[in-house]
Design a protein around this ligand. Structure first.
Ligand SMILES: Cc1ncc(COP(=O)(O)O)c(C=O)c1O
Length: 360
């Protein structure tokens, strides 16, 4: 564990005010400071520092601009009911960054140093952690290749930085059900590709389908596999369906991102299965199975899971030129249960039986 004294701190002479929670939206405001860490061949990772939030200065030939070696993470800090600040499963995200870095041939920042930097940054900017239960502080670790050169090979220099953004709800609908377009032309990821990583490239690949869905009045798309057969994810979330008394989520297949919220939802569903009267299955699920369940009225609910929205109920699915209302267009009981359980732990209202919380 690196000593905190290794992290240099330079405070910002200017400090902005935290907007009121109803104005926050998602990713619109940034705090006064950022954490940075550099990698060069030879010295390795060096110069961990918290500095005033500022522009980056990079050579136009920097590898990230051309060959897209870029990864990010998304996690949150919460102001708990006792006033203390808590990080939610921070090491899940630093581990996922290391796994993504390996896939993209990038140097991964040492997880303990990145965690120490995140803790220090959130402490320095603690006034930015909203007190309101609808809001939190989103933490965005980012890893980019900075070596200036042309030619396709892994960079020998990297910058890892962390920025913070106080956030309200991700969707303008809040926890109300969203309308989803089942995407039958474009795919987000392919077997053997980058889908299991948070590479920036995956999000660029998703934009056209998402924009087209939006112009038709749909908040996000449901991603299918390359043959438009198996269900993969929904927008930037993992997806769950309740068919009869069985809760099904697609198994991790290498093209699906292994979501932290998916893990939490599965843990809670397995542990409360008897009380909830459900069975839980991680397996392949096709659109045909979901449509058959919708038609015979056994599709009880569908929802997405992700750090930004926590749980997002799906109120409508548009598939093959028809719109289908799911669960009377209302938030279902399982989505409600999971949202309550997870947010109660995040805000310190319920005991943290799973050690998901790290208080600062
Ligand atoms: C493509 C994709 N799938 C799933 C998720 C959910 O992951 P997590 O629960 O770790 O936020 C995200 C969001 O981070 C995502 O971008």
């Amino acid at each position: 564990m690196p000593q905190m004294s290794q992290i240099q701190i330079k405070l910002n002479a200017k400090s902005n005010l935290l907007p009121s929670s109803d104005k926050l939206g998602f990713g619109q405001y940034f705090t006064d400071h950022m954490f940075c860490l550099n990698y060069e061949e030879g010295p390795g990772w060096n110069n961990p520092r918290v500095i005033p939030y500022q522009n980056l200065s990079l050579d136009p030939a920097a590898c990230v601009f051309h060959y897209g070696q870029a990864l990010f993470e998304g996690m949150k800090a919460f102001r708990q009911t006792n006033g203390k600040i808590a990080l939610f499963r921070p090491s899940f995200n630093t581990q996922r960054m290391s796994q993504g870095a390996a896939r993209l041939c990038m140097q991964a920042p040492p997880e303990d140093l990145l965690l120490a930097g995140i803790r220090e940054l959130v402490k320095v900017d603690q006034k930015w952690v909203p007190a309101d239960r609808s809001a939190s502080l989103y933490i965005r670790p980012t890893l980019i290749a900075t070596e200036p050169f042309l030619g396709v090979r892994p960079s020998k220099e990297y910058l890892c930085y962390v920025i913070l953004s106080p956030v309200g709800s991700y969707y303008k609908e809040g926890v109300n059900p969203i309308k989803i377009w089942v995407e039958e032309e474009y795919v987000r990821a392919t077997p053997g590709g980058l889908g299991a990583t948070k590479a920036g490239a995956n999000y660029a690949a998703s934009l056209l389908a998402a924009m087209q869905a939006r112009t038709k009045g749909y908040a996000q798309v449901l991603w299918l596999d390359v043959n438009h057969h198996f269900i993969e994810e929904v927008g930037t979330m993992n997806v769950f369906f309740r068919i009869g008394d069985t809760v099904i989520t697609p198994e991790l297949n290498g093209s699906i991102l292994s979501g932290g919220t998916r893990e939490c939802a599965l843990r809670l569903l397995y542990d409360h299965a008897v009380k909830l009267g459900i069975k839980v299955e991680e397996r392949k699920i096709t659109m045909a199975e979901v449509m058959a369940a919708q038609k015979n009225k056994s599709l009880k609910e569908a929802f997405g899971t992700g750090t930004a929205a926590v749980i997002s109920p799906i109120g409508e699915l548009h598939y093959q030129e028809q719109a289908w209302e799911i669960g009377n267009g209302k938030m279902g009981s399982l989505a409600q249960f999971l949202y309550q359980e997870i947010t109660s732990i995040q805000y310190g209202e319920k005991p943290d039986l799973y050690n998901w919380i790290e208080q600062l």
